[in-house]
Design a protein around this ligand. Structure first.
Ligand code: HEM
Length: 180
């Protein structure tokens, strides 16, 4: 997993829970990297799982909610650092449809070792989209947050329902996204 995800995650934790919490979760997670992440490095996905687990334990908040809120905040960073992806798609649904066909393809050019999920649009109408996320990394809640945060970039309100499906290889989450 790219270092950028880790550096952003630790910034999110610092902002919300303070720098002591950042130090605590790094210490308690006994990370192979020691927690010294650089945005260009690549680290094991297991380190993210450990950090999120430690944060959930220390804050007594469900890990899914923490990861969702992190995804929501991460969309602000994406909007700042990759504004063209948002500009190119005129609205939220076009943007979400472009993750698979465009955004993550460009991401792979920038970071050839990036490990990316798949997003398949199963249904789409003016006010509703059904999106299937599949990844062995099981980060459906990160996607939920990114969807909510992306909606904010387009100034639209959405309701997002998640359905977690177990499939043999990876894990899938089906999102039903409705414009409010
Ligand atoms: C400007 C928009 C976006 C950019 C630049 C971007 C970039 C990235 C990058 C750099 C990674 C890390 C890959 C790695 O660590 O190896 C990633 C992973 C991921 N992205 Fe995106 N992304 C964007 C939009 C989205 C959106 C809108 C969603 C969800 C709806 C999404 C869902 C994910 C998920 C869930 C992962 C974690 C890896 C996995 O699940 O397998 N991304 N993306």
């Amino acid at each position: 997993m790219k270092g950028m995800v880790f550096t952003e995650f630790l910034e999110f934790v610092g902002e919300r829970f303070g720098e002591d919490m950042v130090d605590d979760i790094i210490e308690v997670s006994a990370l192979p990297s020691g927690g010294a992440y650089t945005s260009v490095g690549t680290y094991s996905h297991g380190e993210m799982v450990s950090l999120c687990g430690a944060l959930a334990e220390r804050t007594q908040q469900p890990v899914g909610e923490l990861v969702r809120d992190f995804g929501d905040r991460l969309s602000d960073t994406f909007a700042r650092d990759f504004p063209d992806f948002f500009r190119r798609a005129g609205n939220l649904f076009d943007f979400l449809e472009s993750i698979e066909a465009h955004i993550h393809i460009e991401v792979l050019k920038l970071y050839p070792d990036a490990e990316l999920p798949s997003f398949v649009v199963e249904e789409r109408s003016a006010a509703r989209m059904v999106l299937l996320y599949t990844s062995p990394r099981k980060m459906g809640h990160l996607s939920e947050g990114l969807i909510l945060g992306s909606a904010r970039q387009y100034n639209v309100e959405v309701r997002v329902a998640l359905d977690e499906l177990d499939v043999n290889e990876g894990m899938s989450t089906r999102f039903v996204i409705e414009l409010a």
